[in-house]
Design a protein around this ligand. Structure first.
Ligand code: ZN
Length: 299
């Protein structure tokens, strides 16, 4: 992924429900899509700098050409054996995803010490989006500014992508779909917002994305003239989980600040079927919580 393609950011305030919406909203085009989530960087082969952190969901072909997947000898249980750089996948003690059951009030989770006062705010306006099937997920990048301010640290969305079924669980239960919005700070730290999605009401915000989904690995779609104003729809989330974890894909790097919305978002069964048909069980199993506490923020 190349951080040179990092989307710019603007301002927005959002809520989690709108998070997606936020991300996706508006538009002259159609509204869109985005919803999903986070952002990150695109991953163009060859454009990744070794010194830059690898972002979750990023295709690992840039410099290493190490193949990994979700089944067989390249599955999650073997990731650490595929490359020395993937060692954290088995040796790490703060890995993701996790089951979110047992969360405690954020004040008791020991997270403030890391990021200061727990304040979550979003800002965003996006215009152009690229959707790519990188072989591991459907990843979306946007060229406009999308920001996340967490405890006084400013992050920018680099990309967002999907997992099916969800990677995080609540009460050991998976949702059919999870969106990850990957944000990066100027210092290179990562913060990922996760949104679990279930079947329910149709959400037109997803239509543009679903209509432009890549059909096979390597397929890349480009949407222009989107104008997503997240600020319109984004009240801050009422409740969300916070914990320290890792990328859920190799190299499983730790130090990632996770924000997982406590409420699931809904899309119609047809929309869900369209999304799931492109993802192929790309979820890493939940990892031991270890000594970590999961904080629940209720506004
Ligand atoms: Zn992910």
């Amino acid at each position: 992924m190349s951080h040179t393609e990092k989307p710019q950011i603007t301002q927005m305030n959002a809520d989690w429900k709108t998070l997606l919406k936020g991300i996706c909203v508006d538009l002259r085009l159609s509204a869109v899509c985005c919803v999903l989530a986070l952002a990150l960087v695109a991953c163009g082969p060859g454009r990744h700098h070794e010194s830059e952190p690898v972002v979750e969901g990023q295709h690992q072909t840039e410099s290493h050409e190490v193949h990994w997947g979700y089944v067989g000898d390249e599955g999650p249980g073997h990731w650490a054996n595929l490359s020395p750089e993937f060692a954290p996948c088995s040796e790490g003690v703060e890995q993701s995803p996790v089951d979110l059951t047992g969360a405690v009030p954020i004040e008791d989770a020991g997270i403030e010490r890391r990021l200061g006062t727990e304040v979550l705010s979003f800002g965003q306006r996006a215009r152009v989006m690229d959707l790519v099937d990188n072989g591991h997920t459907i990843q979306i990048t946007n060229d406009a500014p999308v920001t996340l301010d967490l405890g006084g640290v400013h992050f920018e969305l680099v990309q967002f992508h999907f997992h099916s079924p969800s990677e995080h669980t609540i009460g050991s239960q998976h949702a059919p779909l999870e969106v990850h919005m990957v944000h990066k700070s100027e210092a290179g730290d990562l913060a990922v917002i996760g949104v679990l999605v279930e079947e329910g009401e149709h959400d037109s915000i997803w239509d543009p994305i679903i209509g432009a989904l890549p059909n096979s690995p390597g397929d890349d779609r480009h949407l222009e003239d989107l104008d997503l104003d997240m600020s319109e729809l984004r009240p801050l989330p009422e409740r969300y989980y916070r914990y320290r974890g890792s990328l859920t894909t190799p190299p499983c790097s730790e130090g990632v600040e996770w924000i997982v919305m406590a409420e699931k978002r809904q899309i119609s069964p047809a929309q869900m079927a369209a999304m799931v048909s492109r993802l192929h069980d790309n979820n890493r199993p939940v990892q031991p919580l270890g000594n970590r506490a999961i904080g629940l923020v209720s506004r």
